[in-house]
Design a protein around this ligand. Structure first.
Ligand SMILES: [Zn+2]
Length: 66
């Protein structure tokens, strides 16, 4: 599983157009500038909205180099 680090509101004009990277209320996990700051990138576990998560198909990722 991985995730898109941009957390968006889903309500503003940009989100409704599908341009969530331009969301007026966006936060970005691990970004340190004040406008978009969302803490958590150095944590062992983080929570993200379900819509931001991306699941890999079973057996598609190997922990060993190929
Ligand atoms: Zn938005």
């Amino acid at each position: 599983m991985t995730f898109d680090s941009t957390v968006f509101c889903g309500e503003c004009v940009h989100c409704k157009r599908g341009d969530v990277n331009l969301c007026d209320n966006r936060q970005v996990l691990g970004v340190s500038c004040g406008d978009y700051r969302r803490h958590g990138a150095f944590a062992e576990f983080v929570t993200v909205p379900a819509g931001s998560s991306i699941n890999f198909p079973p057996n598609s990722v190997s922990p060993k180099p190929r």
